[in-house]
Design a protein around this ligand. Structure first.
Ligand SMILES: *Cc1c(COP(=O)(O)O)cnc(C)c1O
Length: 388
């Protein structure tokens, strides 16, 4: 590990094989993976259909660049357009790159319309939009920024979920409001009902764009294809990534035709963006997630997990104080040190993900079966009992 730049607080734990919701270490120990590589492996490990699609594409063609047409990329874009608010899609390789693309799209929209003073993006406390210099500037985590200034400029920050503060922050320099429908990294922070709809009206009133970061919430994670569908709100632009390739790196910027108007040839690009391998896998992922009954299954599994966690919270109020989230994007607020709770889950061979605000996240594969939820709840009960 010495050859690696030590940017991660890596555990001394290595897996060599995965199967569905399970991971196996080099010595054969089995873990239940309710972290999915931070909301990434949406269909679990070694999904037979994805393995077949990747192997087939790998034997045919990997990469040509966006100098040429890419069939699987066109198919994936058409599928995303058919099943979302979007008319146009740009492909990239990560969530941070999706955020960059979102920010560039909203600025370029106003530039196109001759309003080049409209460059400011209203962002929120606790936001996470990735680790690029613009992502750090848009994000709400001061520690992430330390030592990396000067960052990209033109971001105005307001409290998350606060419609009135957002309204007060709009000026004739505002280009867009950019928020997560449900904040992930800062600890599964939910906004009040009506927040997104309120932002939508506010943006319409002022001729500015509503941009959503659906990198974590999107592609079925909350039980809808996009989390904004819960509020029946259509953004102008949105970023996707994490679950989109179920582990194959790919991100996307979704936009309406109106919002994408400035993104003409030469304005943006990504060498690897949407190459044959990534697009073929992501197309199979999205096809699966949009297949009949799949999202209802996410909702049902999410409800079962949430009900079970709430029952355990009532029985062990000294261990967790709250359960939050939607679908299979759930967070528990630890009433004991969150790092201890996270470690004890791992000692019981259940993988979870830490988050801000003393939160431990459960982000299982979206195709989880009820038996896996019950197995997790049994482990969770055993873990909670160790705190007595
Ligand atoms: C993870 C995440 C990102 C950054 O994604 P990377 O692929 O790590 O660059 C951006 N926004 C949100 C909401 C995320 O959860």
């Amino acid at each position: 590990m010495d050859a690696l730049m030590p940017t991660y607080a890596r555990l001394d734990l290595a897996f060599e094989r995965g199967e569905g919701p399970y991971l196996f270490t080099t010595d054969g120990t089995r873990y239940l993976d309710f972290g999915t590589g931070i909301a990434v492996t949406a269909l679990g490990h070694a999904h037979p259909k994805l393995v077949a699609v990747l192997a087939e594409q790998a034997g045919r063609l990997w990469h040509t660049s966006n100098l040429y047409r890419i069939g699987p990329q066109e198919r994936l874009a058409a599928r995303l357009v058919e099943h979302s608010f979007a008319d146009r899609v740009f492909f990239c390789n990560s969530g941070a790159e999706a955020s960059e693309g979102v920010i560039k799209t909203v600025r370029r929209f106003h530039y196109h319309h001759g309003n080049s003073e409209r460059v400011e993006v209203i962002v929120t406390d606790g936001a996470f939009h990735g680790r690029t210099l613009a992502g750090l500037a848009a994000g709400g985590n001061e520690a992430h920024r330390a030592g990396f200034t000067p960052l990209a400029s033109g971001f105005v920050r307001v409290p998350y979920g606060d419609l009135e503060a957002t309204r007060a922050a709009v000026t004739d320099r505002t280009a867009a409001v950019f928020v997560e429908p449900l904040q992930g990294e800062s600890g599964i922070v939910t906004a009040p009902q009506g927040y997104l709809a309120g932002l939508r009206s506010l943006c319409d009133e002022h001729g500015i764009l509503l941009a959503l970061d659906e990198v974590q919430t999107g592609v079925g994670r909350t039980g809808r294809f996009l989390a904004c569908e819960w509020e029946e709100v259509s953004p102008d632009v949105a970023g996707l990534a994490k679950g989109l390739g179920s582990g194959f790196p790919i991100g996307a910027v979704l936009a309406t035709e109106r919002a994408a108007v400035g993104m003409v040839p030469g304005t943006h690009g990504s060498t690897f963006g949407g190459n044959f391998l990534a697009s073929a896998v992501a197309d199979a992922v999205v096809e699966e997630i949009l297949s009949p009954g799949f999202l209802a299954g996410v909702e049902q599994a999410g409800a079962r997990l949430r009900d079970g966690l709430e029952r355990l919270q009532n029985q062990h109020p000294g261990v967790i104080s709250e359960v939050r989230g939607r679908g299979l994007m759930l967070g528990m607020t630890a009433a004991v040190p969150a790092a201890d709770l996270y470690a004890r889950f791992r000692e019981h061979r259940l993988l979870t993900v830490p988050a801000g605000g003393d939160t431990v996240r459960m982000l299982p594969p979206l195709n989880i079966e009820h038996a896996h939820v019950d197995e997790t709840l049994a482990i969770t009960e055993a873990v909670f009992r160790t705190f007595r």
